[in-house]
Design a protein around this ligand. Structure first.
Ligand code: FES
Length: 350
C-alpha cells in the first residue's frame, strides 16, 4: 500500500438543511472534529458516506469561501439516488455526522483580471455560487452569471444570486427557463424562455475575451461550448466541470499503436497488454488516463481526481508515480490511471 501522507478526516455535523427548489436541498455542515480547512471557490468536498458501492462521494461547496462557519453543499436528488444523493436527502438530518476529506479540486477561478462568464445548467450552478460570492468582491472583474434550468420549481438560489448581483454593479445575471411562461418573465423570475441558444448569448455577451466557467449536464456543456467557440471565445478559455461521463472536449483518436515491440526511444514505454498496443510516453498527457484516451482507448473513470477508484487498473509490470496522492490507495498491484504517470516502462492490463 502507498503511504499517501493524507491528513486525518474531518468530522462534519449537519447544522442546517434548506430546501432550495423542488429537488435540491442544501446541507450546511459545521466541523466538529478537525480544523475547518480553507477552500477555493469551485472546489468540492469528498464525503465518506460509507455506501457499499461508493465509499466516497464528492459534492461541490456552494458557500462563500470566506464563510468560516463551515461548508455548504447543495445536492440534487438524482434518479435512483445516484451518487449518494438519496442517502443525503433521507439520512442527513440536523445533527447527523459524516467523515470528510479536505476540500480539493482544480475547477477554480484563474487569478487574473479578465472578465468572467459563469455559465451553468441545473445543479451545475453550485460551483458558480461560490465563484460569484468571490467575484462580487472584485469590482475590477466584470462578471456575467448565466443560468439555465427547467422552470421556476427547479430554480435554486434565485434570491441569493439576486442579492449578490444587487450589491455588485459589475455583475450581470440572466436566467433562462426551458419551460417558462409569460408570468415568469413579467415577475422577473427568468429573462428568457427556451433553451439557451447562440442568439441569446450573443446579445448577452458584449465581448469575447472572457474566462468561461461552464458547469452542468454533459449535453448542456457540449452545446454551450460549441456556441461559445462559434461566438469567438477561444476554446482554451473555457474551463468546465464534469463528474463522470465523457468530457466534452476530450480528444479521441483511433488507435495508432502497434503490437507490443521495442520502444521508439526517448520516454518510457507504456504497454496496454490486453489491447496488444504500446506507445512511447512523450509527456504530452498529464496522466496515464489521458494518455490511454489519446490513443483511442476508453478506460473507466468518474472523478478523474484520485477519489472514486473507478479508474483502478491492474499493473502487470513497472512503476508509476502519483502527481497527487489518491485519497485511498488502490488494492495491491493496481494503479489509479487518473492521477499517475509512468516512472519507467510500465505494462497495464488494458
Ligand atoms: S477516476 Fe476516480 S480515482 Fe480515478
Amino acid at each position: 500500500m502507498l503511504d499517501t501522507g493524507q491528513t486525518a478526516p474531518l468530522t462534519l455535523e449537519v447544522a442546517e438543511r434548506v430546501r432550495e427548489s423542488r429537488n435540491v436541498v442544501s446541507f450546511r455542515f459545521k466541523v466538529v472534529e478537525g480544523d475547518l480547512a480553507p477552500f477555493t471557490a469551485g472546489q468540492y468536498l469528498p464525503i465518506r458516506l460509507g455506501l457499499p458501492e461508493r465509499p466516497i462521494s464528492t459534492y461541490t461547496i456552494s458557500s462563500d469561501p470566506r464563510d468560516r462557519s463551515g461548508y455548504r453543499i447543495s445536492v440534487k436528488l438524482e434518479p435512483e439516488g445516484k451518487g449518494g444523493s438519496r442517502h443525503l436527502h433521507e439520512a442527513a438530518e440536523v445533527g447527523a455526522r459524516f467523515l470528510a476529506e479536505r476540500p480539493r479540486g482544480k475547477f477554480v477561478l484563474a487569478e487574473d483580471d479578465r472578465p468572467v462568464l459563469l455559465l451553468t445548467g441545473g445543479i451545475g450552478v453550485t460551483p458558480a455560487l461560490a465563484m460569484l460570492a468571490e467575484l462580487a468582491r472584485h469590482p475590477d472583474r466584470p462578471t456575467w452569471f448565466v443560468h439555465a434550468c427547467q422552470n421556476a420549481q427547479e430554480h435554486s438560489f434565485a434570491d441569493e444570486v439576486a442579492a449578490l448581483a444587487g450589491a455588485a454593479p459589475h455583475v450581470s445575471t440572466h436566467v433562462a427557463y426551458a419551460e417558462g411562461c409569460e408570468e415568469d418573465l413579467a415577475e422577473g423570475r427568468c429573462q428568457s424562455i427556451g433553451l439557451l441558444d447562440r442568439e441569446t448569448l450573443r446579445m448577452l455577451l458584449p465581448q469575447d475575451a472572457y474566462r468561461v466557467y461552464l458547469c452542468g449536464p454533459d449535453g448542456f456543456m457540449t452545446a454551450m461550448r460549441a456556441v461559445l467557440v462559434s461566438l469567438g471565445v477561444p476554446d482554451s478559455e473555457i474551463q468546465q466541470e464534469s463528474f463522470g461521463g465523457a468530457l466534452a472536449e476530450a480528444p479521441r483518436q483511433e488507435p495508432t499503436g502497434r503490437p507490443a515491440a521495442a520502444s521508439d526511444g526517448g520516454g518510457p514505454v507504456v504497454r496496454f497488454a490486453r489491447s496488444d498496443l504500446e506507445f512511447t510516453w512523450d509527456g504530452s498527457s498529464g496522466t496515464l488516463l489521458e494518455f490511454a484516451e489519446a490513443q483511442g482507448l476508453s478506460p473507466n473513470f468518474e472523478c478523474r481526481d484520485g477519489i472514486c477508484g473507478t479508474c483502478a487498473c491492474r499493473k502487470l509490470s513497472g512503476e508509476v508515480a502519483y502527481a497527487e496522492e489518491p485519497l485511498d490507495s488502490p488494492e495491491d498491484g493496481h494503479v489509479l490511471l487518473c492521477c499517475s504517470v509512468p516512472k519507467g516502462d510500465v505494462t497495464l492490463d488494458i
